[in-house]
Design a protein around this ligand. Structure first.
Ligand code: ADP
Length: 181
């Protein structure tokens, strides 16, 4: 957990569908069609309202994000972020992954939300190496919080699903925090 301005960045081990933050972020695909992994879990837990809203929106480019209501979830909103499929690292993946996080934070601020939870975008079925992805995820959020316009976001959580993923994020955050002094 580290403080950036008057906001907190917090790592937790757990299931993102159980989070009580204003919004949770889904690792969506560009058709917003639902799928496996965290996407499937969020659609199941949130119920058909989320499917309907996704169908109405129709799709989202890689690196972007869209927002729906949270249906039956504890969170009021789901932000569907589309991370890149990892294809070796030379196809703009880093910038697209960073952009997916930034787009989500922008949507949350537009809605004046105070708290948001992210999963580890792209590191499951999309194959992004987790150390690199964690570095991009954490530094993008930290940069954003340092420069946020309205300043509505007070708590940003990363909800890691496995102890191994949690450990990687914790190590990368430790390194970033040391560098920042
Ligand atoms: P992607 O297609 O973007 O790679 P995945 O859903 O396959 O998305 O995986 C992204 C990450 O989400 C993986 O690290 C996976 O372990 C994690 N994950 C799966 N289910 C959940 C959940 N219920 N809560 C939080 N994280 C989850």
């Amino acid at each position: 957990m580290i403080k950036i301005g008057d906001s907190w960045l917090i790592l937790v081990l757990g299931d993102i569908t159980q989070q009580k933050t204003d919004a949770i972020v889904n690792a969506a695909n560009s058709r917003l069609a639902g799928g496996g992994g965290v996407d499937g879990a969020i659609h199941r837990a949130g119920g058909p309202i989320i499917d309907e809203e996704c169908r109405r929106i129709g799709g989202c480019p890689t690196g972007g994000a869209v927002i729906t209501s949270g249906g039956n979830l504890k969170a009021r909103f789901v932000i569907h972020a589309v991370g890149p499929i990892y294809r070796g690292g030379r196809s703009g993946e880093a910038e697209l992954l960073s952009s997916a996080y930034r787009s989500s934070l922008e949507l949350a601020e537009e809605k004046n939300l105070k708290s948001i939870s992210f999963p580890s975008l792209s590191t499951g079925a999309y194959g992004y190496p987790i150390e690199e992805a964690a570095q991009i995820a954490l530094s993008t959020v930290i940069d954003y919080l340092k420069n946020q316009q309205q300043g509505s976001l007070k708590e940003v959580y990363f909800v890691l699903f496995t102890p191994g993923d949690y450990r990687v994020y914790a190590q990368v955050l430790e390194r970033i925090a040391q560098k920042e002094g």
